[in-house]
Design a protein around this ligand. Sequence first.
Ligand SMILES: *Cc1c(COP(=O)(O)O)cnc(C)c1O
Length: 436
Amino acid sequence: MTHTSSSDCNSALIERARRCIPGGVNSPVRAFGAVGGTPPFITRAEGAFVWDAAGRRYTDYVGTWGPAILGHAHPAVLDAVCAAAKNGLSFGAPTEREIELAEESGRLMPSMEQVRLVSSGTEACMSAIRLARGATGRKLILKFEGCYHGHADALLVKAGSGLATFGQPTSAGVPPEVTQHTLTLPYNGVAQLEAAFAQHGADIACLIMEPIGGNMNFVRASVEFTRRARELCTQHGALLIYDEVMTGFRVALGGAQSVYARAIPGFVPDITVLGKVVGGGMPLAAFGGRRAVMEQLAPLGPVYQAGTLSGNPIATACGLATLREIQREGFHEQLAARTRRLVDGLKNEAARAGVPLSADCEGGLFGYFLLPELPRNYTEVARSDAQQFARLFHGLLARGIYTAPSLYEAGFVSAAHTDADIDATLEAAAQALRAL
Ligand SMILES: *Cc1c(COP(=O)(O)O)cnc(C)c1O
């Protein structure tokens, strides 16, 4: 079908969706609010590609926001899911696959001696924070501007003005009383972090961070910042929660914690949060940590946490099959090389087109900015030209390249993306960049 009929088809669907679903979508970024235009309605996905309602094919760098590390509809994963489904969809009772998934995650990330399974990253982060507060008997949580840890009330905060202020809610429906124990600091701000611990150290239950800020596009935590975060938590008896929902199993088999442990010998978080890849595309997330901390959870301890669909048998089958595939020899090396080829290619094409562009990647996660230098925190990311980003986004989309419709989102490469797919993307990017 032609491009015109494709957009007509999707336009009709978004109009119909808007009548019965708020904004036409079930998660806001899908509405294309930041870039304008009509979101393609996806009907099918396979390997590195998605198809829209008009049958138009796109090379996919969203990867369902991270889980599709093997590419879409991987045969081994589909087989595992179908086999599991035939034995029933949900039991609300213990199953052996829950043990296997906890054992497997703990083997790949040894900082997790015990693991609990839940159904979304939001739920995992919310539960990890409750656990940290319960285990320490303290109130304050420390987070960084631009890091996303799901949409629990206490986490929907922005930094106030000045040093180490308590956050203001960023969403209606969150009373300020609920965010008054959340301290928000700039990412990579070592001095501000030290000041916050100096002032509030005895009251801080936990510091929660993304090891690489993947919800402000792609912002790497410096080694020094990560080292100080670990030291200050230890020194003041606060727990370090490493939110690896996006980075876990994607930037390396052992997650971002294994990457930072190379630079900081012995580095481990106290609690790790997983989601996205660990569920392989089904609703599954997890949090885990030291036994003594995890045993504070009900039914052993006083910290309540529960879920009807937690450890769902189809989701665990999907996650386990995915974890098996990514442990094949050389999997992450090849994924990292493909992602590096894309990122280096983008920088070359931008230089040739005379467009200032910086880009970075780790494993199968990448980001690019229409900025001459890589930003180090949210404020610097926000200096990007949103209109120029929207023009580049639509230039790519029109050429069959599906990327995140917001300059605050990261990019995802899968094992199904071939060198030829990457090269075709770079050719499209060269044209889109020249058209800017
Ligand atoms: C996606 C994400 C979450 C939230 O996960 P959901 O499954 O969307 O609730 C939390 N933390 C990080 C770092 C994420 O990328």
